[in-house]
Design a binder for this molecule. Structure first.
Ligand code: TYM
Length: 315
């Protein structure tokens, strides 16, 4: 029996945080045996916010190290770089021709950028269509992501449907795979954890950094249980274990934070050490990317040939 297909991606935008991990990356690891998995580094997506070539190179290598450190096995998973597979941008253009501007103007990320009075670049506007191409080239059954990417997967579905209606059945309709309890991992201020809010706990933080982040968690003195501390703690331990502790230590915010520091360190230290080991083996990283690109190219180019035939440019 053929395995079902999983696809997802991470932007090389710097240090990942525990929101990325619990919201999406952990699912990649948990499902890698069950699914034929395609995981990639969305470097062309990152280009709209990262325009420093040295940093781009470093971050791309960094994402491979992140994947390896959390336990992704490159022998089981096709791990590749988006920019290595030119079919992504080619298919994006074809999708652009069947997508209307008012439709894309409804995307949250674009609306947020507009609301901040930013002069929005075309790449940001078109971000969901490149993402649709990333997804649809590999015919995945599931796309594990956090809730903030749900609309993007829906746009990919709509785009697949639109193409299929126009040119005949070509693309499988993808489903987002979102775990309710970690759909929106909160940051140290209780809002969604996000680099742009400065409220993150880095996934590979050193002990001192963990301490600083946790001590900075915003607490509300109106209740005995500091809900922002509890919400992060609950990522690491079930309520059945945590509630008795929080009850016993009601009002003792400092002690509860110290306990969270220790639990985070227990969880992060092994990941951090694994990443350091892989950091010493950059040739391995490059080889993984080369092999991944070869494997991904086969799948993507087969799909693109089918698309070229369907739209009639293959004469
Ligand atoms: P990126 O790199 O910004 O985020 C990576 C993943 O982390 C999830 N995430 C969260 N989940 C729960 N709580 C949070 N606070 C939180 N913050 C981030 C994101 O939902 C994401 O799943 N557009 C994608 C990259 C991408 C992609 C794709 C993903 C490009 N093409 C095709 C899937 C399929 C992104 O911005 O990821």
């Amino acid at each position: 029996m053929l395995k079902k297909v999983l696809l997802s991606g991470l932007q090389p935008s710097g240090k990942p945080h525990i929101g990325n991990y619990f919201g999406a990356m952990k699912q990649f690891v948990d499902l890698q045996n069950e699914y034929d998995s395609y995981l990639f580094i969305a470097d062309y997506h990152a280009l709209h916010s990262l325009q420093n070539p040295m940093e781009m190179r470093e971050n791309i290598i960094g994402v491979v190290l992140d994947y390896l450190a959390i336990g992704i096995d490159p022998k089981k998973v096709t791990l590749f770089q988006q920019s290595d597979i030119s079919e992504h941008t080619e298919l994006c253009w074809i999708f652009d021709t069947i997508t209307t501007m008012p439709y894309l103007a409804r995307a949250h990320a674009y609306k947020d950028a507009l609301a901040k009075d930013k002069e929005v670049d075309v790449g940001t506007f078109n971000y969901p269509i490149l993402m649709a191409a990333d997804i649809l080239l590999y015919s995945p059954d599931i796309v594990p992501v956090g809730a903030d990417q749900k609309q993007h997967v829906e746009i990919a579905r709509d785009t697949a449907q639109k193409f299929n209606n126009t040119f005949g059945e070509t693309f499988k309709l993808p489903e987002p795979f979102i775990k309710d309890e970690v759909a929106v991992v909160p940051g140290t201020d209780g809002k969604k954890m996000s680099k742009s809010y400065g409220n993150t706990i880095p996934l590979f933080a050193e002990y001192e950094e963990i301490k600083k982040c946790v001590m900075g968690i915003v607490t509300d003195s109106s209740t005995g249980i500091p809900k922002n501390v509890y919400a992060i703690h609950n990522l690491l331990r079930p309520a059945s274990e945590l509630l008795p502790i929080y009850k016993e230590k009601e009002g003792k915010y400092r002690e509860l934070k110290e306990l969270l520091v220790e639990d985070l360190e227990k969880f992060i230290a092994p990941l951090r050490e694994r990443r350091k080991k892989f950091e010493k083996n950059i040739p391995l990283v490059l080889e993984i990317l080369k092999n991944g690109a070869e494997a991904a190219k086969k799948v993507a180019s087969r799909k693109m040939n089918e698309v070229r035939e369907k739209i009639g440019v293959k004469v």
